[in-house]
Design a binder for this molecule. Structure first.
Ligand code: G1P
Ligand code: ZN
Length: 541
């Protein structure tokens, strides 16, 4: 029962520019590995002496053990107080909310998001700032620098915390507060959405399926949909968080949430279907026979958010990541809203929200959220859709059809080519970047390249720039494709190809069909097959 300082050596930690550390679980379980990173994190944020931190994670394998280690290290490093979700559980948006409302100095979130969990799968850790959002590059770089020089870590040995009992205890000189992971979040949702109207719609016959994919949102969805809104028990499926997510790949897209998709495309589909990911920040929305692409979901929310009480005064502005479709831009233009484009990743939205420029943000990768927290929020998106349905009296297919009639339809798809040899993926990107300046005017079938570039972002709030954020090739008439390499994969490289074309007349095509000429042009220009041997993607969303 004392503080010990253990000698250690520099190690391979997080890549500079990434918002956290993600590795195979067994790597994190290796001697000193987690400890090294946690100490580098503490040192990188200027120490934790006297500070209050939120700690929690998505319940995946090692979540509880890692939480004990982090608490022991926070105590030994002089932290004043830790606020921890019961059983070390907190969804990412709920953690963001606690970090903000409990006036803390930030928080540590344990998750590898939508990646599978288990001893042979992924684990992750990241630091969020006092505003509730992921650490910006200056901070993650400082953490990275520290991993290169670290020589000692401090840990309190001999005691552990009872994570299962709500209440206050102490560890070393640090106060530990175990809190209900769900309660404060439910209050927040109740303050934003018209619960009575949604409850009435449900009691009036709307059936819902929420697939929590054996991950963190089960307890949140049950408390909200089944307990507060009166949906029947069993509305939430796969509702108990399991260390290996029950073997599911908790990524809410048509490929991985196939059980939900089958049900929603079947004859007895419920009126509304939805799913969330490992840590609860992603969402997928599906109506009976009607999949809603995330880019369209963002546009629909932009057009209708004012129907929810928390957004009754209208949106301040909207933002989308660069590869996300321009569907939301069309809404913003019609409503006179400012519309911002940022690089991939939620951290870029934080500055815009903190500066009061935007209150709605979204990414094509099943992420939608608002300035109620500083992370994307899966359950929030589900409630926003239910609120819009309750306010309009329309079904999901009706909402989509009316939206496209009013704004046109940005047909959209993302093709992922996974586990490519890193060297081959890098060579592909280098060659493509080298060819960009000569692409204008090149014809591919019916399409002619108008311009091509490698996206650089200028943050209007802090003046920073981020280069090489994705190659975009825009054709005359506005169709385009974007190519970038994933920053979150843990094996090899994942090439993401984002495809988009606008139609104002033909509104009921199949997206892959509507995009056929863009897909062909992209393959020809990028040379995916010659570089990687791949002719078809592994995942289509
Ligand atoms: C992926 C998504 C991106 C999202 C991130 C974290 O990153 O594409 O939009 O912000 O996960 O959820 P990527 O693997 O593409 O770098
Ligand atoms: Zn996630």
């Amino acid at each position: 029962m004392s503080k010990v300082s253990i000698a250690t050596t520099p190690f391979e930690g997080q890549k500079p520019g990434t918002s956290g550390l993600r590795k195979k679980c067994r790597v994190f379980m290796g001697e000193h590995y987690l400890e090294n990173f946690v100490q580098a994190m503490f040192d990188g944020i200027g120490g934790v002496a006297g500070k209050t931190l939120v700690v929690g994670g998505d319940g995946r394998f090692h979540n509880d053990v890692a939480t004990q280690t982090i608490l022991s290290m926070a105590a030994a490093n002089g932290a004043a107080r830790a606020i921890v979700g019961q059983n070390a559980l907190l969804s990412t948006p709920a953690a963001s909310h606690l970090i903000r409302t409990m006036q803390t100095d930030g928080g540590i979130i344990l998750s590898a998001s939508h990646n599978p969990g288990g001893i042979d799968e992924d684990f992750g850790i990241k630091f969020n700032m006092p505003n509730g959002g992921p650490a910006p590059e200056a901070v993650t770089n400082a953490i990275f620098e520290r991993t290169q020089t670290i020589d000692t870590y401090h840990i309190w040995q001999g005691d552990s915390v009872d994570l299962s009992t709500i209440g206050v205890s102490s560890l070393g000189g640090m106060t530990v507060e175990i809190v209900d992971p769900v309660a404060a979040y439910v209050d927040l949702m109740q303050s934003l959405f018209d619960f009575p109207a949604i409850a009435k719609m449900i009691s009036g016959g709307l059936s819902i399926r929420f697939d929590a994919m054996c991950a963190i949102t089960g307890p949140y969805a049950r408390a909200i949909l089944e307990d507060a809104l009166g949906a029947p028990k069993g509305t939430v499926t796969h509702g108990t968080p399991l260390p290996d997510f029950g073997g599911m790949h908790p990524d809410p897209n048509p490929t991985w949430a196939h059980e939900l998709m089958d049900e929603m495309m079947g004859a007895d589909a419920p009126g509304f279907g939805c799913a969330s990911d490992g840590d609860g920040d992603r969402n997928m929305i599906v109506g009976p026979g009607c999949y809603v692409s995330p880019s369209d979901s963002l546009a629909v929310i932009a057009a209708n958010a004012h129907m929810a009480p928390g957004y009754a005064d209208g949106l301040k502005g909207v933002a989308r990541s660069m590869p996300t479709s321009a569907a939301v831009d069309r809404v913003a233009e019609a409503l006179g809203l400012d519309c911002y484009e940022t690089p991939t990743g939620w951290k870029f939205f934080g500055n815009l929200m903190d500066d009061g420029r935007v209150s709605l943000c979204g990414e094509e990768s099943f992420g939608t959220g608002s300035d109620h927290v500083r992370e994307k929020d899966g359950v929030w998106a589900v409630l926003m859709w239910l609120n819009i349905m309750a306010a309009t009296g329309k079904s999901v297919p009706q909402i989509m059809a009316d939206h496209w009639t009013r704004f046109g339809r940005n047909y959209y798809s993302r093709h992922d080519f996974e586990a490519i040899e890193t060297a081959k993926a890098d060579a592909l990107m280098t060659e493509l970047r080298g060819a960009l300046s000569g692409l204008a005017g090149r014809s591919e079938g019916p399409l002619t390249v108008a311009h091509a570039d490698d996206y650089t972002y200028l943050d209007r709030v802090d003046g920073s720039t981020s280069a090489q954020q994705g190659v975009r090739v825009v054709f005359e008439g506005g169709a385009r494709f974007v190519v970038r390499l994933s920053g979150t994969g843990t094996s090899g490289a994942t090439l993401r190809l984002y495809l988009e074309t606008l139609e104002t007349n033909k509104l009921d095509l199949e997206p892959q069909e509507a995009l056929a000429s863009v897909i062909a042009a992209a393959h020809s220009i990028i040379g995916i097959e010659s570089h990687t041997g791949r002719t078809a993607p592994d995942v289509i969303t």
